[in-house]
Design a protein around this ligand. Sequence first.
Ligand SMILES: [Mg+2]
Length: 438
Amino acid sequence: MTNRFVSLDTYDVRFPTSRALDGSDAMNPDPDYSAAYVVIRTDDGAGKAEQGEGHGFAFTIGRGNEVQTRAIEALAPYLVGRLVKEVLDDLGGLYRELVYDSQLRWLGPEKGVMHMAISAVVNALWDLKAKRAGLPLWRLLSSMPAEELVDLVDFRYLSDALTPQEALKLLRRGEDGREERIQTLLQRGYPAYATSPGWLGYDDAKLATLCREALDAGFTQIKLKVGADLEDDLRRMRIAREVCGPDVRIAVDANQRWDVGTAVDWVRALAPFDPWWVEEPTSPDDVVGHAEIARRIAPIPVATGEHVQNRVMFKQLLQLNALSFVQLDAARVAGVNENVAILLLAAKFGVPVCPHAGGVGLCELVQHLSMFDYVAVSRTMHDRVIEYVDHLHEHFTDPVRMDRGHYLAPLQPGFSSTMRAESRARYAFPDGPVWNTP
Ligand SMILES: [Mg+2]
């Protein structure tokens, strides 16, 4: 096996979602969902691209996607020219090499643009590894022995909360019944919740219609964006509760809008409408603030994670009982490897993981992580849901498939991360046709 990596190519792909206020929330009123997209190519698989290419991306919301793209390019020297098998056989090693590059590390460390670039590359390599194994990623991970899974994780900074021995124990516990749980996923899928009804830029009539549609589609949880204006939020919460009735879970998401005191007052005002969780109430870096909010709004739970930049932050949030739902993101921390660490941390603390998704391609990625979590780590779907947003799936070659409010288990080999070549060309920024028609 002497095949080598021959190139790492990036693409700045942007979708003009701000034109319809899709994705609007209190902090991000006009996002253009974008992918800093990477294709890693090898010199084998001639004629069968599916085994010769790994695809990955970092998600951004428009301006700055060119910066993200350049950061991914900075990682090319780590792959080009190297033996494919050597790299894919030790993705734990490669992940640590990228994270501990002594010069690039200065740009974080382990946070922000460079860390998201590592995520794109690590995820692209997992996509390639799964394609070559002929398995969807969730099944590849679920087939790995506990020792190999532990090897994927970087325990530095974690061992006061989770040791490799404890991780091994958690994963060994998960080896029993794996096959049965795989069958359950293949039959029923994994529960989802719907965010699409609640974007802040939608009017009341559209909110009511979309709530009704979500219920008809089988969802038992929806989410509303809040945090711009309390009177508006009270009115929108009342409408959603009226349409949904008392049994449907309605989560609210403030997208980091509040200070600690404001968060407490605002959530208490919304409490009569029984919010299922309060998401991103304040700065994602404010661990102590989250703990304070959680204490003062109890029993309403706090959820956060889409902007939590690494496993060390999640560790602290868990240690301080600052969150009740871990909302990991497939492409913000350093890819599959760091997310395995976060799943193990959540299992150690007994906190459900309800991943962040939406954007472009995030649903496609994160379903694999939740399904792996169910098969091999947490072993339960109780109070666990994956976010679902019904935008932009048509641009992927293996789009998510939904059925009665559930993600159906992906069946195609890979990480479901491959964007159609036509879409990459059509939405290329700034030269693609979509950006050049008035
Ligand atoms: Mg959110």
